[in-house]
Write a protein that binds this ligand. Sequence first.
Ligand code: AHR
Length: 485
Amino acid sequence: MSTLTIHAEETLGTISPYLHGHFAEHLGRCCYDGLWVGLDSAIPNTGGFRTDIINALKAVGVPQLRWPGGCFADSYHWRDGIGPAESRPRTWAESCGANVVETNALGTHEFMALCQAIGADPYLAGNVGSGSVAELAGWIEYCNGTADTTLARERAANGHPASMNVKFWGVGNENWGCGGNYDAESYAKEFKRYATFLKMVDHSVQLVACGLNDRTWNLKLVETMKDHLGLMDHLSVHQYWTHGPALSFSDDDYYQSFGAAAVEDDIRFTDDILRFFSAGKHNTGKHNIGIAFDEWGIWHPEAVVASNYEAPSTVRDAVVGAGVLDVFHKWCSRVTTANIAQIVNVLQALIQTSGDKMWLTPTYHLFHLYAPHRGASAVRAEFEAVEVREALPLMSGSASQKNGQLIVSLSNRHKDQPQEVTLSLRGAAVSGGILRTLAGKSDAHNTAEEPNAVSVIDSPLNASGDTLTLTLPACSVQTLTLSLA
Ligand code: AHR
């Protein structure tokens, strides 16, 4: 028996909807043949994007969508993707070791149309590695400019007179590796130069500097930037993890695949660095650099170039993801955005496709289960320490309050056994609610033939007072939405 104590009066901050953000890269079949099938496709589409995917994304909610990479970002030249589709160049594109011909059919305007259709705020990753300050400044002016400039006129001529008002801009991607193999000091100097001129084009943009899940890189980067921290709005960190194959994994693989602790370590040491450099003599009045966890997820060994970075996506993956979302909720005062990789087909996808078929993965259902937390106040929620394996807590969870409701998410990481849990509420009492459950065998997954093998079950919850006991199925995630009494 485990106990989750929820301290309803101890708020941790607001859970930004961006913590449930997504990522679409020109990689494998995420964008082309995933989201985008083109206007002439026999697959029903809305302006070239699959209508079934648009509807599914609207239903789950996509608060923010990062594009066009990933590694692809540092070889992408935005001008190739504007203007009449038939005159766009065919370019030799690269991302993650996969070289393909890029038709540039999906460019800035198409991406913005997708964002509008699904209600997502755009997050554009700019090119530092093979680009220039002028090129990225031009992209910002093209998208956001309101003055009567040639670039703003060009945007209008291409069908978008109003500013696209893109707030989030990545200054490169993984520049310690695929984005140019910089060392931290060189990238910091580059970032300063870029940020100085990008903010001159539009003061309101929020710039994301490229960090790493490595203390030394982040420390050197921030230290080199220390007199100009006002230029940095967010520092990005990526974390992927895996153990064993996507489906036929052993018990040890299963328990080692939980990546939440690694994510929390990255956040903790990056938070330490940011706090140190925004205090004392380094205090430039800029206290609030956020951590942009703008790529995360489980990366199965089958997801390689030859498979288009695709692999089956199971209930295990969703339970692993639940723990990561709980960490983001806990750190919502520091983490400003988080983008699971990736939205369709690639890596820990929410949606998978084959020809005209598409199906939702357990990870899609996870995001649906967690949706009520968006915009809510996170409250402190602590499990008593019960471990299922050394240093791996048996359960994970997070709680928040919004509009007279207490929202609690819980996951049972035990691969094969149900677990009883008692919720002990401090400073709150509840009366009734709804329980949503995602459960299944750890390797259960949906396919084109069986798109609903794994789905969510809703049931009313007879709860009253400040204590509630539940039995969680093996390998499961639940969200309880409870009415505060
Ligand atoms: O998401 C796949 C790749 O992983 C991205 O292109 C890159 O940023 C990361 O290494």
